[in-house]
Design a binder for this molecule. Structure first.
Ligand SMILES: Nc1ncnc2c1ncn2[C@@H]1O[C@H](COP(=O)(O)OP(=O)(O)OP(=O)(O)O)[C@@H](O)[C@H]1O
Length: 726
């Protein structure tokens, strides 16, 4: 193989025909150029021409277009950034008005002090006025010129200047005399004719003028109403200095004398209440490395930690850093009110307001067709975040709420009045209720799938619930929200854990398309407390402060920490602030709306009224019993309601018998359609490894037909196996 061929397979192509003079030159100097026609020497292994890896720049249309595109990016925006959104414009106008009002009030309060200062400066002002008057009267500004004429012995010039000066002084003397007489007469007139307040006003004016004239240049009359430069502008030098202080050697090299420097792909600009800088870090340095040193970065920028928010840009290379530096710490910045706090209702098919990002922009979450996982170390705002989402859900009268707060402090108690199922506490009864409710929803999965499957295709074109279907009461496809706070209490429980995990896994996988939303919050996101199958299938992930990358990735998804999405960067004071994945294209930093207990009560009261008016209160909210965990054995019960002679039997027939045999356990199946009964029992039998199949039988009218059924012997075998395992 020739070198050229070899290169062709690698990164260097044989561009013999197009080879540039530069390439030839380089090849010649390295002695590698070889005539393609020359006689082949046996030792020659080289053919063709060596081509430079870096081709010389060729100007052409493509380059021009690229350049134009770059230049377009450099254009300043036609409309200033703050005028683009109504909210931002209002913010700026309000700020200006408030600022002007503040400055006015500040000086008004100090008016007496300013008056005293002026009075004290009046003698100096009068003296300065007198000096200026004398200088003018005696034409002292011409004195140096006249002296120069004397010293140069220019007699004619001196005589002309003296004459001019005498005339000037005479004229000015007359002007002054007339002015003084006029002033005295006017003064007497004013003193006699005008009321006293005019006298005082004139005295005040005189003091003002003389006081201002007497003010030293370095001692301004007015105090400073605003301490300047509290909010410093962010400059590229500051950013470079800060990056240089991180101790990352590649950054230091780039900033060093022979380094390539660090580039800014866009100008540093105002973005909301702060500054935004985009930085291309040196080759090989990732944003992740900078995120690890957020505190050092803040120190380098000389800003509070809560103001400094470095972020990766997922659609760019891993070295593209967006640095947003707020005027104020995020936790101290005034949070806009939650849009639903005072009024309004929602549809879960639309995004619901959740909180704000660092720039104060509202962040909403589309809950429909998703599941949510919220995690953090204790006391960083999980329950508050969960409560915001649940209060929004409560304001959709169609949504059925099943709420389990397994901490027991009553954080979700405001919502009890609207909940279909509600239990609190890390007690056995609360866990049992939670498992029973999950089992209920688990069975609901099949029923809903059957219903959707049975609909005409144009009503459910994507095989999932639409707002129209959700609103039809006859179908029972309304949104169901199952929320479990401190879910580790349930999943790590010896008695309930396994069963709960089984239901939750199925719900998290199949629920979204069927209008069932599972929201889990946990303070212990390890594999025992949160089964992998559950954490892996959550679409929306909210991670408040955690201590290590494992917890971070368990909540936000594998590789997130490595990619720079690090909830470990939050500090002690960053309560309610989280990384959220799955609510926008890129992960976002978001602070949940702060809704305290009393506010939550008021919102829940409104939700109650909405539901009452819509006739949508159900379950415990209208006094029904909490869900009971039925301790029964389905296999034993099937064997009890069938006889050995019935080798094969239809599901629907068995369900009928079961509902009569044990109404407390199977009563909820009684009202199901025939097909739903069949599907429900199929799903339950599958859990025990019993298969169902088409089975020949006769219906109540005596007509023979095929329907889903099972072999009684299979049930007996599964039952026997279970017994031996126990
Ligand atoms: N958005 C927020 N803004 C400001 N402070 C908040 C916010 N959310 C929560 N907090 C503060 O954080 C504290 C802890 O919140 P919360 O009870 O939700 O934490 P938690 O993570 O659920 O704790 P635990 O694990 O002990 O249940 C609250 O008392 C509240 O003062």
């Amino acid at each position: 193989m020739t070198v050229t061929e070899e290169m062709h397979n690698g990164i260097i192509a044989d561009l013999r025909e197009e080879t540039s003079p530069l390439a030839h030159e380089t090849a010649a100097t390295t002695g590698l150029e070889k005539s393609t026609e020359g006689s082949a020497n046996e030792n020659d292994v080289l053919e063709g021409a060596v081509v430079l890896v870096d081709q010389p720049h060729r100007s052409g249309q493509v380059d021009l277009l690229a350049e134009l595109a770059v230049r377009r990016q450099e254009r300043s925006p036609l409309v200033p950034v703050w005028l683009r959104s109504r909210a931002d414009a209002l913010h700026v106008v309000k700020w200006q008005a408030e600022h002007a009002g503040y400055v006015f009030a500040y000086h008004l309060l100090r008016a007496p002090k300013y008056a005293v200062k002026l009075l004290a400066r009046t003698p100096a002002g009068a003296w300065r006025l007198l000096v200026e008057l004398v200088r003018w009267l005696l034409d002292l500004e011409g004195h140096p010129v006249r002296r120069a004429a004397v010293s140069k012995e220019q007699a004619a010039e001196y005589l002309a200047l003296s004459r001019q000066r005498d005339n000037r002084v005479k004229a000015r003397l007359w002007t002054l005399l007339i002015g003084a007489v006029t002033l005295i007469v006017a003064g007497i007139l004013v003193a006699v004719v005008t009321p006293t307040w005019v006298h005082w006003a004139i005295v005040g004016m005189l003091i003002g003028v003389l006081g201002a004239l007497g003010s030293p240049a370095d001692q301004p009359l007015l105090d400073r109403a605003v301490v300047p430069a509290r909010v410093r502008k962010l400059t590229s030098d500051q950013v470079l200095d800060a990056l240089g202080s991180l101790g990352i050697s590649a950054v230091n090299q780039a900033l060093g004398k022979k380094g390539r420097g660090i580039t800014f792909p866009a100008p540093i600009m105002r973005d909301g209440p702060g500054w935004r800088a985009e930085v291309d870090l040196p080759l090989g340095v990732t944003v992740s490395e900078v995120l690890d040193k957020r505190d050092k970065l803040a120190s380098g920028l000389r800003r509070a930690l809560g103001c400094v928010w470095p972020e990766p840009v997922s659609e760019e290379h891993p070295g593209r850093l967006v640095l947003w530096v707020g005027d104020q710490e995020m936790r101290k910045a005034r949070q806009p009110a939650w849009p639903l706090a005072k009024s309004g209702q929602v549809s879960l098919f639309e995004p619901v307001p959740y909180g704000n990002d660092q720039r104060g922009r509202p962040i909403s979450i589309l809950l429909m067709f998703a599941n949510v996982l919220i995690g953090s170390m204790p006391r960083y705002g999980k329950t508050f975040a969960l409560r915001v989402l649940l209060l929004a859900c409560a304001l959709d009268p169609l949504a059925e709420l099943r709420l389990f707060e397994l901490k027991g402090t009553g954080d979700l108690s405001a919502l009890e009045k609207v909940a279909h199922h509600y239990a609190k506490g890390a007690t056995d009864s609360a866990k049992a209720a939670c498992v029973a409710s999950l089992a209920d929803v688990y069975a609901e999965l099949d029923r809903r799938a059957e219903v959707i499957d049975g609909l005409p295709r144009h009503e459910a074109p994507e095989f999932k619930i639409t707002p129209e279907l959700a609103a039809r009461r006859d179908l029972g496809l309304h949104p169901v929200v199952v929320a479990i706070d401190e879910c580790q209490e349930l999943f790590a429980d010896d008695e309930y854990g396994e069963e709960a995990a089984k239901y939750a896994t199925a719900i998290i996988k199949r629920g979204p398309a069927l209008g069932i939303i599972l929201i889990l919050a946990t303070q212990r996101p390890d594999k025992d407390s949160l089964p992998k199958a559950i954490s892996a299938n959550a679409g929306i992930r909210i991670c408040l402060r955690v201590m290590g990358w494992q917890e971070n990735d368990m909540i936000l998804g594998t590789g997130m920490h490595q990619a720079g999405v690090k909830a470990t960067m939050f500090t002690l004071n960053d309560k309610g602030i989280s990384w959220a994945v799955g609510i926008a294209e890129d992960p976002v930093i978001v602070r949940s709306a702060y809704l305290d207990g009393p506010t939550s009560e008021l919102i829940a009261d409104r939700a109650h009224q909405l539901r009452q008016a819509a006739g949508m209160l159900s379950g415990q909210a209208i006094g029904q019993q909490p869900p009971q965990r039925v301790s029964y054995d389905l296999l034993a019960d099937i064997l009890a309601v069938t006889t050995a002679k019935e080798e094969k039997i239809w599901n629907s027939a068995v369900v009928e018998r079961l509902t009569q045999f044990r109404p407390d356990a199977y009563g909820q199946w009684a009202d199901l359609e025939d097909d739903a009964k069949t599907a429900t029992l199929t799903a339950r039998l599958k859990e025990y490894g019993v298969k169902t199949d088409d089975t020949w039988g006769r219906d109540s009218a005596g007509n023979g037909r095929n329907r889903k059924g099972f072999n009684r012997a299979d049930v007996a075998e599964a039952y026997g196996q279970r017994k031996t395992q126990l």
